[in-house]
Design a protein around this ligand. Structure first.
Ligand SMILES: *Cc1c(COP(=O)(O)O)cnc(C)c1O
Length: 429
């Protein structure tokens, strides 16, 4: 579909990156379950290894099924290229890897997926990297946190555990001024609700495990490059601007231009870190993407209706859904995600910790799992699970107080979901 007219989102989510198989005519993208690809001759092999020709060598780096997914996600996000990998957490490391070196830091929003907080506050220290956590509603604090060793700014569009919307435009103005790439985790919004590149993001990362695949079958991740960042403007990004010893001194930015980050991600990131997405996972995600817009519409519609209903219940203390008038982010969500506020929110129960436990146990349609963005409705009591290791003060700061339950609204009949919530609230009293 390259070189054609510009198609709408619903068309692109089905067609972008794929074409009928040239050998068999297969209309659906085949699962290329092959580790290696035959070289035409020794010269062909040499030019592939020298990055002089683009093609398939070995599936740790590239695979035709995964390539279709990469092109599709890049198109939906409005980027120039994308690298898929084994999980959302892998995508975060793949995004930071070309930017960071020992002693460098990333400025990260305090409102992040719990696993990302752990990855950034603990694990990346082993690479000599660090993260500085800042409230991204405090733009002065963000600006002041940036120092000479900062190499990236990181936030989520709709931030976990739901209800917080990042002012992407305001954040990108600050990262631009500092000459830093802005990385946006767009997992919970998906490109249907928000396209961070349009607000100035340099890179977009995804856990395709969630809404992109949409049915809780496979883990996966993706890094999309806007192609807009000048990696050679200064000395800060030598992996992209300076000669790469493992490729005979090739300079990625000079050689590949806007595709420098994508080529580096495949030729160095996947080659050496090996966080590869397998073709089966790419297949499931391609299947999910075909209905992304339809599902997101229903997720948003159901979430708005259910969040509004919950807010009116006597046993409910508060609901954090940006689509509700009571939310401090009600006006911002219309700017950042005009089509809807997503499917994720938290609800605080007046009965506290014990009520939450009873509520979660009594739900029948909702599954109690550590996941989100499934077509099924999901629930988790974060204080007794994902945030169990934190003190109560830390839990409160993370939006996961003992009386809070996180809900990921699925695409079932909203009346059935409300009936289930109603009976569970009654048992929780
Ligand atoms: C799930 C999730 C991740 C991590 O993704 P995995 O695929 O589980 O590694 C990162 N960010 C957000 C917002 C998520 O929801």
């Amino acid at each position: 579909m390259e070189d054609g007219p510009t198609y709408g989102f619903d068309t692109l989510q089905i067609h972008a990156g794929s074409r009928p198989d040239p050998v068999t005519g297969a209309r659906q993208t085949p699962i290329y379950q092959s580790t290696a690809y035959v070289f035409r001759d020794a010269e062909h092999a040499a030019s592939l290894f020298n990055l002089q020709e683009v093609g398939y060598i070995y599936s740790r780096l590239t695979n035709p099924t995964v390539s279709v997914l990469q092109e599709r996600v890049a198109t939906l996000e409005g980027g120039v290229g994308a690298v898929c990998c084994s999980s959302g957490h892998a995508a975060q490391i793949m995004a930071l890897f070309p930017l960071m070196s020992p002693g460098c830091n990333v400025i990260a929003s305090t409102r992040l997926y719990g696993g990302t907080v752990t990855q950034f506050s603990q694990t990346i220290k082993r690479f000599g990297w660090s993260a500085k956590f800042v409230d991204f509603d405090d733009l002065n604090a963000l600006e002041n946190a940036i120092d000479d060793n900062t190499r990236a700014v990181f936030c989520e569009s709709i931030a976990n555990p739901g209800g917080y919307i990042t002012d992407l435009k305001a954040i990108s103005l600050i990262s631009d001024k500092a000459g830093l790439p802005l990385i946006v985790d767009n997992t919970t919004a998906t490109p249907y609700l928000c396209r961070p590149i349009e607000y100035g993001a340099t890179l977009v990362v995804h856990s395709t495990t969630k809404y992109m695949t949409g049915n809780g079958t496979v883990t996966g991740g993706c890094v999309v490059d806007s192609g807009k960042f000048d990696w050679s403007a200064n000395e800060k990004f030598p992996s992209l601007s300076e000669p790469e010893p493992a490729y005979h001194g090739l300079r990625f930015h000079e050689t590949f231009g806007a595709l420098a980050f994508t080529f580096h991600g495949i030729a160095v990131g996947l080659r050496d870190l090996g966080m590869t997405m397998n073709p089966q996972a790419a297949h499931y995600t391609l299947m999910g993407l075909e209905t992304l817009s339809l599902r997101m519409q229903r997720h948003c519609e159901n979430a708005l209706k259910i969040a509004g209903w919950l807010e009116e219940q006597d046993s409910v203390e508060a609901v954090t859904y940006a689509g509700l008038k009571s939310s401090p982010y009600f006006d911002r969500v219309k700017k950042v995600c005009p089509k809807g506020a997503g499917g994720l929110f938290t609800v605080a129960l007046k009965g506290g910790y014990d009520s939450c436990i009873k509520f979660v146990n009594a739900l029948e349609i909702f599954s109690h799992v550590a996941n989100l963005g499934d077509s099924r409705s999901l629930v988790i009591h974060t204080a007794s699970t994902t945030h169990r290791q934190l003190t109560v003060d830390q839990q409160i700061a993370a939006g996961s107080a003992p009386n809070v339950v996180r809900i990921s609204i699925g695409i079932e009949d909203s009346d059935d979901l409300i009936a289930d919530l109603k009976q569970a609230l009654a048992s929780a009293k």
